[in-house]
Design a protein around this ligand. Structure first.
Ligand SMILES: Nc1ncnc2c1ncn2[C@@H]1O[C@H](COP(=O)(O)OP(=O)(O)OP(=O)(O)O)[C@@H](O)[C@H]1O
Length: 325
């Protein structure tokens, strides 16, 4: 976010476990109110990076700065973590024998009882947890635990929230409930956030910027549109969405997203033609996969008006055909 104040910064973060480097010279910046998504496959180092940013783990090299001030090593502190930075782990760390309401209320322990009660009621409403308010945390489902942990963080109103796979464990309904709570954090509370995910859709939908992590290295940072439309390499292109590779004679690697391909009735206007091989329903669109002697091409239709074996003529805008540098 150009012009806004930097709240968190990582410089040259490097970390090894058992002599295997899991993070290599990571540089990151987070501005006030910004949402930075770390997108990477399982084992790419996402959780380790989050723990280092939240000061639960020391890096082997590099530093973390909060509002331009370098944070001391974790091992020098009695209680790990920074009071303005909240990490929500995949394991959630709730008090197992306390109820949902008590877990949330704990975050407000320094406020007066009336305010605590009102705030807890509001947060239970926001996160859709009213029906389990008196249930002990140890008896909750994974998704309920997740939302309780998020409600507790909302109560704390941290400056920086670190979320580890916030949408994991959630069904569609609860994803939406959580999405509303997150929207509130983003728009009203202006909380800055680093969240990690292996789901490209979540990274694209919730990030102001995305950092793509692969084998402990950031291989691209950019807005969701940049990362999706101008991926740095074929790995990022395939990680962020469905893709067709096209052979051209100039030796460059070209790709096109399926949603950019249109069917045409006019063979003379087509740029590719072949026969329909499979038709798959995805709820909000059909995916049509076609084949010719050069290879495959997939495109989407919003109605099911094609048949397997049918000959199709396809076209696309010249600027939708991208090449990887
Ligand atoms: N405490 C540890 N001791 C030894 N190795 C570890 C430790 N924590 C993580 N690792 C290893 O470091 C690598 C990165 O792990 P990390 O949990 O950061 O990845 P991730 O991208 O968050 O994965 P996932 O999406 O599966 O949670 C993995 O190979 C993991 O096995």
């Amino acid at each position: 976010m150009a012009g806004s104040k930097r709240v968190l910064q990582a410089e040259g973060i490097t970390k090894s476990y058992d002599e295997t480097e899991v993070l290599s010279a990571i540089d990151l910046e987070l501005s006030e109110g910004e949402w930075l998504g770390i997108l990477g496959e399982s084992g790419s180092g996402k959780s380790t990076l989050l723990r280092i940013l939240g000061r639960f783990t020391d890096a082997d090299a590099g530093k973390v700065l909060f509002r331009k001030k370098e944070l001391p090593p974790v091992r020098n502190e009695l209680i790990p973590g920074h009071e303005a930075i909240r990490l929500i782990h995949q394991e959630f760390e709730l008090f197992p024998n306390q109820t949902v309401a008590e877990n949330i209320s704990y975050a407000l322990r320094f406020y007066n009882p009336q305010y605590r009660l009102e705030k807890v009621t509001e947060l239970l409403e926001i996160t859709g947890l009213g029906y389990v308010r008196h249930k002990k945390a140890k008896l909750l489902s994974g998704g309920e635990k997740q939302r309780t942990a998020i409600a507790r963080s909302l109560a704390e109103e941290p400056l920086v929230l670190l979320l580890d796979e916030p949408f994991a464990h959630l069904d569609n309904h609860n994803r939406r409930v959580l999405a509303d709570a997150i929207e509130l954090l983003r728009t009203q509370k202006k909380t800055a956030c680093v969240f990690v995910t292996h789901e490209a859709g979540d990274a694209l939908a919730w990030s102001d910027r995305i950092a793509v992590l692969r084998n402990g290295r950031i291989i691209q940072i950019g807005t969701p549109e940049e990362v999706y439309n101008q991926p740095a390499n074929s790995y990022v292109a395939e990680l962020t969405g469905d893709i067709n590779w096209l052979n051209k004679t100039d030796g460059k690697q070209y790709f096109i997203r399926p949603e950019k391909i249109k069917r045409t009735q006019f063979p003379e206007k087509s740029k590719w033609h072949g026969t329909v091989e499979t038709i798959r329903f995805h709820g909000n669109h059909w995916e049509i996969r076609c084949r010719n002697q050069e290879g495959y091409l997939s495109f989407y239709r919003n109605r099911n008006d094609m048949n397997v074996g049918e000959e199709v003529f396809l076209t696309y805008g010249a600027r939708d055909l991208r090449h990887i540098q």
